[in-house]
Ligand binder design. Structure first.
Ligand SMILES: Cc1cc2nc3c(=O)[nH]c(=O)nc-3n(C[C@H](O)[C@H](O)[C@H](O)COP(=O)(O)OP(=O)(O)OC[C@H]3O[C@@H](n4cnc5c(N)ncnc54)[C@H](O)[C@@H]3O)c2cc1C
Length: 405
């Protein structure tokens, strides 16, 4: 049994929607990821080679049919798959699944959904371009704008910043003001010549490129490229992140579990060869506590994914506060575990140092934490009724989550 599955095995009764085939597929994914990671070491220190390797892994896994099962189980399976990917490296967060491309599959026109469904299933990647210079926590103040061209199509102009996967993405979901000044969302091809991309160097989460997207009158056809209803961009954003944030959370927790396993194995080996006479109590306490905290946060993420799959009114709230709390849990666990491995773990290329830097990036990406907790507090005061509605097993949201890689 591979190590990620050692964490997941005892949780099997908590995911009754995953049948034997789904469970076997997870084992297969975990094994394949483990095998592929053995070949990664040569590219890990060169950012361009690392990014190519990551995209190659995504394509290979898509090619070999590593994808979520159809229907309600899909999102829960993907949550476990994200944990498995994160266990090896947080940079593998896009190893499988539609990622931000899920917005096209669930909210796009039939044409866009079919076209991008095929591209995502072949391992292509879609980025999200929402944040602008005034601040990503104020998404309602978006200034990127669409104007109507004489042939009836629209032209998008503006600047998006801090965009992940900026060079690797085949397309972007862009949020902008439509000609009626309402916030809308549309998919834009990355090879569009009026789209300019600039790379910025991050201090963590460096696997995928990160940077700025300039849109200079980029043409879109509102009949085929818009996601959701015109003017419902914030709805598209909210519905997507209710599904996406538990996936991010599970990936972060997988990374913390990977560090936990590494530290546990290092201590075991040191004791076996007599380098440590015995493991001290402080280390044992950290191992026990962080294991319980990671597991509890993963169970919460699985519940949130289930709520999101059912389009439950609690899902959006649970995804916001759950992402902040789950990533905080992962980062705290790694910070507490890191000293147990000693100075070796402080080397830049060491997986523990990398995990710590990468997890720091997730304090901002996909929702900055103070804003997420704060908006959770606002929801609790203003929408208390949404939180007493029981989850209704068997009520399935009409979505097409399961149609891509
Ligand atoms: C690694 C990484 C990857 C990212 N990937 C993407 C991506 O793919 N696509 C994308 O669109 N964006 C992306 N982002 C942007 C990310 O979503 C934003 O960083 C985040 O939403 C907020 O950061 P900001 O700098 O825009 O902060 P701001 O919105 O300016 O917030 C900064 C701080 O100020 C606080 N603040 C806001 N208003 C007030 C106020 N009135 N008074 C006091 N404090 C206030 C906020 O709560 C926060 O603590 C990424 C960011 C990072 C770091």
């Amino acid at each position: 049994m591979s190590s990620a599955m050692r964490w997941l095995g005892p949780l099997r009764s908590s995911v009754p929607e995953i049948d034997d085939n789904g469970w076997q597929d997870l084992h297969r994914l975990s094994g394949t990821l483990g095998d592929l990671c053995v070949t990664a070491s040569n590219s890990a220190q060169d950012p361009a080679a690392w990014s190519r390797w990551l995209l190659g892994v995504r394509r290979k896994l898509a090619d070999r049919g590593h994808r979520a099962p159809a229907g309600r189980a899909g999102l829960v399976w993907q949550t476990l798959a994200q944990f498995t990917a994160g266990f090896h490296d947080l940079d593998l967060r896009d190893a499988t699944g539609p990622g931000h491309g899920a917005m096209i599959l669930t909210e796009g026109s039939a044409q866009a959904s079919a076209r991008w469904g095929a591209r995502l299933a072949a391992g292509e990647l879609v980025g999200i371009a929402a944040t602008e210079r005034h601040g990503g926590s104020r998404v309602r103040e978006i200034t990127t704008r669409a104007t109507v061209h004489r042939d009836g199509t629209w032209r998008l102009t503006g600047e998006k910043c801090w965009v992940s996967r900026v060079m690797e993405s085949a397309g972007f979901v862009v949020f902008f003001r439509d000609p009626d000044s309402r916030i809308s969302a549309a998919v834009v091809n990355a090879d569009q010549p009026r789209l300019e991309r600039k790379v910025i160097e991050p201090c963590g989460l460096g696997g995928w490129t990160w940077g700025v997207l300039h849109l200079h009158e980029v043409p879109i056809d509102p009949a085929t490229d818009l996601l959701g209803r015109p003017g419902d961009g914030l709805g598209v954003f909210r519905r997507h992140f209710a599904r996406f944030r538990p996936l991010v959370t599970a990936t972060a927790l997988g990374t913390a579990a990977g560090v936990h396993t590494l530290v546990t194995e290092a201590l075991t080996a040191k004791t076996r060869i007599g380098l440590l006479p015995q493991v001290r109590d402080n280390a044992l306490v950290v191992l026990g506590r962080t294991h319980a905290e990671i597991t509890a946060a993963l169970l919460a993420a699985l519940t949130t994914s289930r709520l999101a799959a059912d389009a439950h009114p609690h899902a959006d709230f649970a995804a916001r506060v759950g992402k902040a709390a789950g990533v905080d849990t992962a980062l705290r666990a790694v910070a507490d575990l890191a000293p147990l491995i000693g100075a070796a773990g402080f080397q830049r290329a060491h997986p523990v140092a990398k995990a710590r830097n990468d997890l720091t990036g997730l304090l901002y990406a996909d929702g900055i934490h103070d804003s997420l907790y704060r908006s959770g507090g606002v929801t609790l005061l203003t929408e208390p009724a949404a939180h007493v509605a029981p989850a209704r097993p068997g009520v399935t949201a009409a979505h097409r989550y399961d149609t891509a890689a």
